[in-house]
Design a protein around this ligand. Sequence first.
Ligand SMILES: [Zn+2]
Length: 470
Amino acid sequence: MRQFLRNLKMTTALLVLFVAVLLVALFIQQKRSTEELSVAAGENKYALQQIYSRAGSISSSDGVVLAHSDEGERAYAENSELARACLHLVGDYTHRLPNSVESIYMQELLGSSRSFLEQLNLDIRGQGFEGNDLVLTVNADLMLKASRLLKDYRGSVVLLNYETGDLLALVNSPTVSPQDVINWENITEGTLFNRALYGRYYPGSTIKMLTTAAFLEDPDQDMDMQVVCLGSEEIVPAGAKETLTPEGHGTVELREAFRESCNAFFGKLAIALGREDFTNKAEDFGFNKDLNLDHFKIAQSLLDLQEPGQGALSWAGVGQPIGQDRITISPMHLAAIAGAIANDGVMMKPRVLLQEIDPLGSVRYTREAEDYFVCCQPGTAADLEELMLEVVDSGTGRRASRAGLKIAGKTGTAEMANEDGEIVVNSLFSGYLISDSHPLAVAVILEGENRDAATVAADMLQYAVSVDIP
Ligand SMILES: [Zn+2]
């Protein structure tokens, strides 16, 4: 009898304890959802500061802390140059940058994405209030290098691992420190804009990678097609002409036309392909599709050819839309396209989150490489690679040539209106390094600048081969 009573007492005590733990857990979860609601209702920065006071950390793949909470304060990278370089990607707790790791991964950072049992387990161990830590795919040294290369420009650098899809660097200029964003000081025009993901640029001659892919895969086309380039003379009425080479390229075939970026050839080529084939190939490469970088949405790249006539089509073929035509691309997508060509025609799903780790050190998520789009046939990718190697070796991309490195790429310049409606020339480069240890694809877009993108891209690749990547 006594034994029975003792057992009953014990069972009752355990039950009471269990119910108490459940109640505490419920309370915590309710409190969490109230906090989230208050954020959704647009609470001020002090409320957000409170909410982020025990949020998890954000680090680079090489272990540098990019954001963390300490004694109730949210702080960003200790190295102020790195903090500025990471602003657009990491963001800040006040969510002034609506698309950043701090805002998009808020649930994970606060731990509110956990299941009931996960939360209960952490509560029992006294870690229930701590958020989860995030490890990004980006490398701190590469972020710093990219920001230094961009110091004197407005624009973006994006560096990817084309075999895994890992984002290794993504930097925009101009930028500002996260503390300035929190204090709302020193914010000048354009500093908060994540050009790399949301910029909509004319691709200029970088589109010739796609016109060429469409050409190579079209059995109706004559691979020996020749075009006489008359320079500043339009190839058809109101059609494409040379802006950088007024004297013209003479009679050219694909190889020379690609190396010298001949507008006459690619304008004629677009007319030969027609709007449908050209658009279909661009869509294989991700145009007119919703693109994502994990939870980030990327600006959709557009290839929408509505302007009638051969003239407009020829301009579209060189990436310079006229009239009602719309052709735009983001630096992120431009890097992914180069990566797809490097990776035998397969674009890998871009990744920015390497791992999510709970407060007990358990890894809740690890990214895995995954195919995104089959952009072109492997043979087409191989032919494009040869053409792109020649661009850097002896063509318009010679500035990207570096001793000992096999760099393939395509240059572009495009005239477009800036935020003030003025016409500016942008310089673009999309390319990659042929390397087993460093399968790197890069895109650089510089605003109001007509040639330096190739130099910046190659400097980035040259530096990156000295850095270990995950
Ligand atoms: Zn030409």
